[in-house]
Design a protein around this ligand. Structure first.
Ligand code: ATP
Ligand code: MG
Length: 415
């Protein structure tokens, strides 16, 4: 799992650190930089998964573009950026720092990419990883070959390249034979970053029949297909959990949710639910007739229930389309399923009701995005660290603080 994300010259940020905890809440006014942070996570996930940098930024037939594409990636007017992710190792003592620096102009290329090992007892700048140097060679047959030279463990050797590479090298490391311990370390870093999932439900796409699929698309268009493809026992369990939570919606009308294979060959699926608005009057409807808010709620729940344990889930504007009365249930779901399935969650929100539902225990995990009044650059500040926070918190609830602009006032005074 990721413990921290560091942005350098990424979009509106000159430098910022985002701590990542089991539940982290990112707040801030419009254009403060919240979505830019989320897009940084999406971008490193894409390139570590093996996407070419240009496609990861500009999008292609399978990927939506990161807003602004290649042109908009580096802090303007600059032409390069660095993203770093601090990854938790398998034991509590070791972390790994993954770093990639990319130039966007005059052409895209990776300038530097490395992973360093950080032991708790040491400053990670002193103990470095990888302890090998990669060499690439373009053979006469046009095939690029790669070799690794093992070096002294204590010397930092960035992964250097003698030709332009347009993607992360981390994925290439998967196919190289290393000692088991090095392979484990590399896989920890790769899996943690690959497992970042940015949920972006597109409700209209959820209403259609969907193909049976193994994993949820970020737009959740294949939600029914994912549920229907689960092994019977797991399907029953997931659908029963979905139904239990959906029954708790304040309206209390939806009794059960499930997916079914449809069509002659059973390769597609549809989502169904049973509603009871009037006692004794049961109506069965499919996804085409469900409300937008219900589908959004199901998208969040299904992501939490079907993403692999130990992964990272990012939900932008989580409250989008949800009635404030659903805030408490949403918070309960995030906390209960998140901790049970060890899924770390990052949410962004503008919703005062949701912030209030999160309660005072969330305070240490709230990060505020804001624009520095002198430089105009985006900054990330822990809510607890803003000037006068305890005084503010004594007179306002978290929700009130955002509604009344108290946080922004305090931050601009701090400047
Ligand atoms: N390459 C760049 N260089 C400088 N600033 C940039 C760059 N790309 C984006 N920005 C700035 O980022 C801002 C948008 O930030 P973002 O979309 O992250 O805001 P947000 O906090 O998500 O806002 P909202 O609540 O409205 O969704 C733009 O106003 C733009 O000024
Ligand atoms: Mg946004």
């Amino acid at each position: 799992m990721l413990k921290q994300l560091i942005l350098e010259n990424w979009k509106s940020f000159r430098y910022a650190e985002l701590p990542l905890d089991p539940l982290t809440v990112l707040i801030g006014t419009n254009a403060s930089g919240k979505s830019n942070v989320v897009e940084a996570l999406e971008f490193i996930q894409r390139i570590v998964k093996g996407e070419d940098i240009e496609a990861a930024l500009a999008g292609d037939k399978n990927l939506t573009s990161i807003r602004g594409g290649v042109e908009g990636a580096a802090l303007k007017p600059g032409t390069q950026f660095t993203l770093k992710a601090l990854v938790q190792g398998q034991d509590d003592k070791t972390d790994y720092l993954y770093s990639i620096t990319i130039q966007t102009k005059p052409f895209i290329q990776v300038l530097e990419e490395y992973v360093t090992r950080k032991n708790n007892t040491n400053n990670y700048k002193q103990i470095n990883f990888p302890n090998y140097l990669f060499r690439f060679a373009l053979g006469s047959n046009g095939i690029i070959s790669m070799s690794a030279i093992f070096t002294n463990e204590n010397t930092k050797i960035p992964v250097t390249r003698n030709f332009t590479l347009r993607g992360s090298m981390l994925t290439d490391l998967k196919i190289i034979k290393f000692s088991d311990s090095i392979s484990n370390e590399i896989n920890t870093v790769i899996n943690s970053i690959e497992n970042i999932f940015s949920l972006n439900p597109i409700i209209s796409k959820m209403r259609d029949y969907s193909r049976l699929s193994e994993s949820l698309e970020t737009d959740t268009s294949n939600l029914a297909g994912v549920l229907a493809a689960l092994p019977d026992e797991q399907k029953a369990e997931v659908e029963s959990t979905l139904s239990d939570y959906i029954k708790d919606l304040p309206e209390g009308d939806i009794q059960r949710v499930w997916a079914e294979k449809v069509g002659r060959f059973g390769t597609d699926a549809m989502l169904y639910c049973v509603e009871e608005w009037k006692p004794g009057h049961i109506t069965e409807i499919d996804a085409r007739s469900m409300s937008d808010g219900t589908l959004r709620f199901l998208a969040i729940l299904t992501a939490l229930l079907t993403r692999s344990e130990g992964s990272q889930l990012v939900i932008e504007e989580i409250d989008n389309g949800l009635h404030p009365s659903r805030a408490e249930l949403l918070v309960r779901i995030l906390r209960e399923i998140g901790s049970k399935r060890k899924i770390d969650i990052l949410i962004t929100t503008h919703n005062p009701a949701l912030l209030d539902a999160l309660g005072s225990e969330i305070v240490p995990f709230v990060v505020v995005a804001h624009r520095d009044s002198e430089t105009g650059e985006s900054k990330l500040t822990l809510l607890e660290d803003i000037d006068n926070f305890s005084k503010l918190f004594a007179s306002y609830s978290l929700g009130d603080m955002t509604t009344k602009g108290a946080i922004e006032r305090s931050l601009s005074r701090g400047n």
